[in-house]
Design a protein around this ligand. Structure first.
Ligand SMILES: NC(=O)c1ccc[n+]([C@@H]2O[C@H](COP(=O)([O-])OP(=O)(O)OC[C@H]3O[C@@H](n4cnc5c(N)ncnc54)[C@H](OP(=O)(O)O)[C@@H]3O)[C@@H](O)[C@H]2O)c1
Length: 248
């Protein structure tokens, strides 16, 4: 029980990597509040473990971010771990990107992450807790058709490092995880045609030294380490979980 008595928020905890982290944290003794827009999905995950509860809402909206924090404060009185996991990835060349794609990616991948962090910080500082941001291998290993996403994730990695420096004296650790290609729904919700999406996926899989996609649990393993006391001297780090994709 590496997280016994801890309280965690996992944004995007209803699916993919966020779901895997929420379930793992709950198994390790944490109370986990998952956040996402689809209430039915969140309900299903919460039913898996009585340590998991949910708040349904869109975290690009300021009032939802405030409501999440008020709920946690009222229910538990403290917050130890914030997992800024919710993200979205438009897959288009710059010749086809619309400003709406930019707004959608940056309002979730960047603005909501910053807003969640700002609002969580009073409780996180009080608990001398930990923040984990989900970046991507793409932040440092760029690929065509992903400019909005890799731009957003580059910001996430730089926030992580600066916040780690700023919050060190308060006893708060800030780290990021940079997954490679992990088999989740994010691969189904691009604006590519089915055929182009398949080509895009195949191109990526063939470039991975492990020659396979990763599993959400393989990311959750690292998220568990980073949130636990075993990582007591780890801050400002970006952990690759990418089958050596980013090693080249
Ligand atoms: N899978 C990969 O290959 C991969 C690689 C590198 C990095 N990542 C990063 O890993 C993180 C998790 O992605 P994933 O692969 O697990 O994808 P996913 O299954 O699509 O998860 C994204 C989650 O974010 C939630 N979400 C989206 N918009 C939201 C909003 N406005 N407000 C609240 N929640 C919102 C979604 O729930 P609702 O739709 O219900 O809101 C969903 O649960 C992301 O930051 C992604 O960029 C993934």
């Amino acid at each position: 029980m590496k997280l016994d008595g801890k309280v965690a928020i996992v944004t995007g905890g209803g699916s993919g990597i966020g779901k895997a982290i929420a379930v793992r944290y709950a198994k390790e003794g944490a109370h986990v509040v998952i956040v996402g827009r689809r209430e039915a999905v969140l309900k299903e995950i919460a039913a898996l473990d009585d340590k998991i509860s949910y708040v349904a809402g869109d975290i690009t909206k300021d009032e939802v971010v405030e409501h999440v924090m008020e709920t946690v404060k009222e229910k538990y009185g403290h917050l130890d771990i914030l997992i800024n996991n919710a993200g979205w990835c438009p897959v288009q060349p710059i010749t086809e990107i619309t400003i709406e794609d930019y707004d959608k990616a940056f309002s979730l991948d960047v603005r909501a992450l910053v807003n969640m962090t700002i609002h969580a910080l009073p409780m996180i500082i009080e608990a001398k807790g930990s923040i984990i941001n989900l970046s991507s291998v793409g932040a440092t290993h760029r690929a065509a058709n992903l400019s909005m996403y890799v731009g957003a994730k580059a910001a996430v990695e730089n926030f992580t490092r600066v916040w780690a420096i700023e919050l060190a004296e308060k006893g708060v650790r800030v780290n990021a995880i940079a997954p490679g290609a992990i088999r989740t729904d994010i691969w189904n919700v691009t604006n590519l045609s089915l055929e182009d999406a398949k080509k895009h996926e195949e191109g990526i899989a063939s470039s991975i030294p492990f020659k396979r996609f990763g599993k959400p649990d393989e990311v959750a393993n690292v998220a568990l380490f980073l949130a636990s006391d075993e990582a007591s001297y780890v801050s400002g780090s970006v952990y690759a979980v990418d089958g050596a994709q980013g090693a080249a």
